[in-house]
Write a protein that binds this ligand. Structure first.
Ligand code: NAD
Length: 249
């Protein structure tokens, strides 16, 4: 009997167009907790802080939570890509991993060296002005207790990730659908499958004939639905380098 690892390796060896789809679990070994489950962010903070209307009307209150969760913590200098992020960046350099579709907003795929990253939910490493639409890298905005304002027009800045009540960025959505339609293998990594509409993307890949490999610490909605051709239970920061090693044998 082939192990699941070996089955995944065989699929990848026979694939020319591979796409990875990542969620919060991908960054857990970098020290960023997921939203849900044990140690999840929403066990400690109120998710209403990320409602768009809440941010507009009770800005200072919302900013306190956003600053603490996303800027004191996510962008902390000690947070670095883990071996999983580095392996995906390597596979892209080798030419057969065509893109990463990520639900994560922590910028760790870019920092690891991945170039083609579709940020389905945006990125906390940028701010966008709610008045003039100008975007700023985090290096240009001073993070303090005060809500940040646009250096250009003084409008309210918000982190450039999507809040509850906002739509998916059009470019990321379109490119993610295209990537899922054209790949021959699709790797789902560290996502529970609970967040819509992101959770529909793996089904597009499956419907278009891609083999589905799933890596998760525990079974997800995809596993339960029988979507995954191969399910590998474990930590992505350990499993991805193991697959990489087997690919070289
Ligand atoms: P989720 O919190 O709903 O689920 C996380 C999944 O990761 C779970 O299925 C869990 O079993 C799995 N997991 C935990 N540790 C793992 C590991 N080491 N290796 C592999 N799998 C592991 O996450 P989601 O499905 O991505 O949806 C949550 C939403 O919250 C997404 O929109 C995401 O953008 C956002 N979020 C992002 C970050 C981040 O940017 N790092 C962190 C928290 C939440």
């Amino acid at each position: 009997m082939e192990t699941q690892l070996q089955q995944a390796v065989n699929i990848l060896k026979n694939s020319k167009n591979v796409v990875a789809f990542t969620g919060a679990g991908m960054s857990v070994e970098s020290g960023i907790p997921p939203f849900r489950g044990e140690g999840g962010i929403w066990n400690k903070y109120d998710p209403n802080s990320l409602e768009l209307s809440f941010y507009k009307h009770r800005t200072a209150e919302s900013w306190d939570v956003i600053r603490e969760v996303f800027y004191d913590f996510f962008t902390n200098k000690d947070i670095k890509p883990n071996e999983g992020h580095l392996t995906l960046a390597k596979w892209e350099r080798l030419g057969w991993l065509k893109s990463v579709i990520t639900q994560n907003i922590d910028d760790l795929h870019h920092i690891a060296g991945s170039k083609v990253v579709y940020e389905f939910h945006g990125n906390s490493a940028r701010f966008v002005c709610m008045n003039c639409g100008e975007k700023y890298p985090i290096s240009e905005i001073e993070i303090t207790d005060e809500v940040p304002h646009c250096p250009h027009c003084n409008g309210l800045l918000k982190p450039d990730f999507i809040f509850f009540g906002e739509g998916i960025p059009e470019f990321a959505y379109r490119k993610s659908v295209e990537a899922a339609q054209h790949c021959d293998a699709f790797i789902i990594i560290g996502t529970s499958g609970q967040v819509s509409p992101a959770n529909s993307i793996p089904y597009i890949a499956k419907d278009n004939g891609a083999k589905i490999i799933e890596i998760n610490y525990e079974p997800s909605l995809y596993t339960d639905a029988g979507l995954s051709d191969v399910f590998i239970q474990g930590k992505s920061g350990e499993i991805l380098p193991q697959i990489d090693k087997l690919l070289q044998e």
